[in-house]
Design a binder for this molecule. Structure first.
Ligand code: GLC
Length: 816
């Protein structure tokens, strides 16, 4: 027995061993059909940094992963699964840290620097509090399970208490309200062509949700790849449950207290994104499908002739020979290398789609290799699994077999030597035409833990994307990989970006896309976007324009369409629209330094690039249910126009001061305002104190080197820091320190406005100076000193704003 003020307690192994011998019926009598709960407490032990609490039928392993992350695993009858996970970052060892421990008559207490976790002996129920004993989350029924012998399938469940006032967010690409309170959601990756706001499940399976209650928040990551469910007070208002139809109950509790902290800490577990090649943050144009070669060349020419910026052209399935992956239709594309090379000269990168289905064709080498080496999935009774997709009958690689993943990676050699710059993975839920997906009896390796498809389904898409990313890393020769995937499991951000699948050209879908992207971003996956304009159906010019205006602020920015319902190139609508669309795509390129910096913050800290209001103003109840406003990065608030013909719209500004991007008018936050929404504007607000870096308009990301980077400085009364991250935009040298991080600090004192710059890192940016533009400064500065030199006479008035050129390495500017 330990004392209350104990520090880390050394624990001896309990004398009494747990007796799990004998079968269930002998020990507990005839089974009943009720859920099973942990029985009477027996003893506990400590293994490494984990505590294992044994009851007569269940063991709970609790690991203090970090001071803020607790891991819970429940094993029945002394059996824990091999602790293997596809979700966790493989580069880390999660061995846990030491903690204080105390045993009393009826409970145990595990204490970290920020948390207290109580484990009750009678039930193995848990309660987690902060250090002030404020309850963060508490078991209601706690862990229980449905015995497979009774229910025909093992189901592991956890039920927590739900208090009035709690809110729930996250969970990947779900449609419906941003706040998940009152809903039940399912994770079972599904090809849901033309899904709607009520459709569930959809494509991705990210079993991670966030909870917000007053000034506390936490996250739960259920690391289980079986079909799973989350009930946020739908079934019973006072309970939140999550369960999986198989496997082990294994979840992580992630402490806030800020929701953004929870998001970041979740990526401590599941890993960070790599920096993408900068071009991947440019504008992408896609259609099902651009072919033959002359169409692709014309498309490229149209972009350049019309001066609409674009970095990437996507080739959908029709580039292949009879939909055989890793081949070209040589009639349509007689010389892909030449075409891709020419496009590259014009500043276009080429991305090709690759699906998992490999055509059954004895003369096709990919098929031959897969069969010969046993890389394809089999049925339970032995034969190779067959399913029909675009090429007709196919076999499918078992991406859970590490050898098959290695093989898949090598298949990209040809495409990459043809010049392909990135890969788009689709149909990887996995989708099969007649049956929806694989039969449950399909067999998989699961990295040496053989199992059926029930366990693999939800992670199949992620593993395909992983092998695809590995393939690019093998052959791209020091360039950065870029992968997009439709299906995904937790941790997909380590190797891919995602899009939200086959949406529709309706105003409702513009709203759905906005919510899906915000939700994915809170779920560790910031590199997100939707098919701009809708995949199915035809938008009119207005809807397309409004969608473009929103998607400029989504990290992945691509127009894609099914091609069945008319064309969707930016110039396909009346000229009025084309001109506005051009202006907004140009803006994307002007904003590139800001977007790239925001990506770096995400890649290094896991900070979501898109932030819903609840992430930035969680103590403001208004943020619980507002779902259209979002921030991109630290300083830009975006409110899409989501209704046809809207001349104005209501906008909620969170706490703080905000500048209207278009007028420079300053607003006080924590209030709803109404703003005008002419077609050539999307409501945009810049946080007071922000320094926004803009580069010149370009037709593609590295079109030319420029001399001057523009810094838009928005006045504020408080001290603020803005970040500017730079590196070469491609290549891997940034990992060895070829990067630069500039902190631009603005301070208002009684006599002066001070701008300080602190620089770190080796990367030397090509521009020589900053063009600084002052917003919110009432009158022309009387004096402007840079590093001790008076340059007041160089201040200019341009478009009603004062501007001045500064050397890029300035240390301090004084304005009075
Ligand atoms: C799926 C994809 C879509 C693609 C089509 C043909 O429907 O979601 O983006 O264009 O397949 O490959």
């Amino acid at each position: 027995m330990a004392l209350e003020n104990d520090t880390t307690t050394e624990i001896e192994k309990p004398e009494k061993e747990v007796d799990f011998s004998g079968n269930y019926i002998e020990k507990f009598g005839k089974q009943d059909t009720r859920d099973q709960f942990p029985g009477a407490y027996v003893n506990w032990e400590k293994v490494g940094n984990s505590y294992i609490f044994h009851s007569e039928n269940t063991s709970l392993e609790l690991t203090v992963v970090t001071e803020d992350i607790l891991k819970f695993r429940y094993g029945n009858f002394g059996y824990f699964e091999d602790d293997f996970s596809y979700g966790l970052d493989p580069d880390k060892k999660f061995e846990g840290v030491t903690s204080k421990f105390k045993e009393t008559k009826d409970h145990f207490k595990v204490v970290t620097k920020t948390l207290k976790c109580y484990i009750y002996k009678d039930s193995l129920k848990t309660k987690i509090c902060d250090t002030k004993d404020v309850i963060l989350v508490e078991d209601e029924k706690g862990y229980h399970w449905q015995d497979e012998k009774v229910f025909g399938g093992n189901v592991v469940i956890t039920t927590k208490k739900l208090k009035k006032g709690e809110n729930f967010f996250g969970l990947g690409d779900k449609t419906g309200n941003l706040n998940l309170l009152g809903s039940r959601r399912e994770l079972w990756g599904t090809d849901c062509y033309g899904y709607g706001n009520e459709t569930d499940p959809v494509y991705k399976n990210i079993p991670f949700y966030l909870n917000l209650y007053k000034d506390t928040s936490y996250g739960i990551f259920l690391d289980n790849t079986f079909r799973s469910f989350f009930d946020f007070g739908k079934e019973r208002k006072s309970a939140c449950s999550f369960w999986a139809q198989g496997g082990e109950m294994r979840y992580y509790f992630i402490n806030g207290p800020k929701l953004v902290d929870v998001c970041e800490k979740y990526t401590y577990l599941t890993g960070k994104s790599q920096m993408p090649p900068k071009w991947a943050l440019g504008y992408h144009q896609s259609k099902w499908s651009y072919y033959p070669e002359s169409t692709v060349r014309n498309l490229a020419k149209e972009f350049r002739d019309r001066k609409i910026p674009c970095d990437v052209i996507h080739l959908d399935i029709d580039y292949m020979d009879g939909f055989r992956c890793f081949t070209w239709d040589k009639k349509r594309f007689p010389n892909p290398k030449k075409m891709i090379g020419d496009l590259r000269q014009q500043g276009f990168k080429s991305i090709v789609i690759i699906d998992p289905g490999i055509k059954i064709d004895k003369n096709y080498s990919v098929y031959q290799q897969g069969v010969k080496n046993g890389y394809f999935c089999t049925r339970g009774d032995g034969p190779l699994l067959k399913g029909s997709v675009w090429p007709g009958e196919c076999h499918f690689p078992d991406f859970t077999n590490p050898k098959a993943r290695e093989w898949w990676a090598t298949l990209y050699k040809g495409l990459i030597s043809d010049g392909v710059a990135g890969v788009w993975n689709d149909m990887n839920e996995p989708a099969v035409f007649e049956d929806g997906s694989f039969p449950f009896d399909a067999r998989h390796d699961y990295d040496g833990h053989p199992c059926t498809h029930r366990k693999v389904h939800n992670v199949y898409g992620s593993l395909m994307a992983q092998a695809t990313c590995d393939g690019q890393n093998l052959y791209l020769d020091n360039k950065r990989a870029f992968t997009i995937t439709r299906s995904a499991y937790a941790g997909v951000q380590r190797f891919a970006s995602v899009w939200t699948g086959d949406n529709m050209a309706t105003w409702e879908h513009l709203k759905i896309a906005n919510i899906q992207c915000q939700r994915l971003s809170a779920s560790g996956v910031s590199f997100v976007g939707s098919d701009v304009g809708g995949f199915i159906g035809s938008p009119d010019g207005e809807l397309y324009t409004r969608w473009i205006q929103m998607a400029v602020f989504h990290p992945f920015f691509r127009t894609h369409s099914s091609g069945d319902h008319g064309d969707k190139e930016p110039w396909m609508f009346e000229e009025e629209y084309t001109n506005i669309v051009r202006k907004f795509i140009e803006m994307r390129y002007e904003l590139m330094p800001y977007i790239y910096t925001t990506f770096w913050q995400y890649a290094t800290r896991g900070t979501p690039m898109i932030r819903s209001l609840n992430l930035i103003a969680q103590d403001d109840p208004e943020s619980y249910f507002r779902e259209e406003e979002f921030m991109l990065g630290d300083n830009i608030l975006v409110i899409p126009v989501s209704e046809a013909g809207a001349k104005n719209r209501k906008v909620y500004l969170p706490e703080g001061d905000w500048y209207c991007y278009w007028t420079d008018k300053k607003y006080k936050g924590k209030t709803e305002i109404e703003v005008e929404t002419p077609l050539n504007q999307i409501p945009l607000f810049v946080k007071a104190g922000a320094v926004l870096p803009f580069q010149p308009k370009m037709q593609y990301t590295d079109e030319f080197e420029f001399d001057e980077l523009t810094l838009h400085i928005y006045a504020d009364d408080d001290e603020n820091t803005s970040i500017l991250y730079e590196d070469a935009g491609d290549g891997l040298e940034y990992k060895d320190g070829e990067q630069s991080v500039k902190k631009i600090i603005t301070i208002k004192s009684l006599s002066a406005y001070i701008i300080r710059q602190k620089m770190q890192g080796n990367f030397e940016s090509v521009y020589k100076k900053y063009r600084t533009v002052f917003h919110g400064f009432d009158s022309k500065p009387k004096m402007l000193m840079v590093d001790g030199n008076d340059i007041t006479n160089q201040i200019e008035l341009l478009d009603n704003t004062y501007t001045i050129s500064l050397p890029k390495n300035f240390k301090e500017v004084l304005i009075s």
